[in-house]
Design a protein around this ligand. Sequence first.
Ligand SMILES: O=C(CO)COP(=O)(O)O
Length: 151
Amino acid sequence: MEKKTVTTAAQKRVALVAHDNMKPELTTWAVQHKEKLIKHKLMATGTTGNLLQKQLGVPVDALISGPLGGDQQLGGLIAEGKIDILIFFWDPFEPMPHDPDIKALLRVAAVWNIPIACSVSSANFLISSPLFDAPFEKQIPDYETYLKARL
Ligand SMILES: O=C(CO)COP(=O)(O)O
């Protein structure tokens, strides 16, 4: 796959998602890092987003709830280049009815080279990186070249 370099802006579009058993961990983490997080654009799957909005007292763009299509919405936004960071505390102990959607979200995030954190410690690494608040360059698939080669 041909790649191209793009610059992610200093202000990030951060997607936050947590499965039900992980919601307390995510909301606690988000409250701890509120000052840093609120400088960025926050979005989330439906229930996570509404909980975070309540806890943080700032607007969080809440999509549809995950099992009803929210993971797929996030995946679509990532493919369109509209999400810069994914914080996704998925539950390693519970099978989910929408497991294919979860896998698809994580896959598409890898395809588009989005920084992903799936636990408190990895989220701490991400948020303490100087790149969290600064522009950074990354390689993504070069879709124009990909398409040209196939036509
Ligand atoms: O199920 C989810 C992610 O897979 C999260 O959805 P909610 O934020 O609506 O609970």
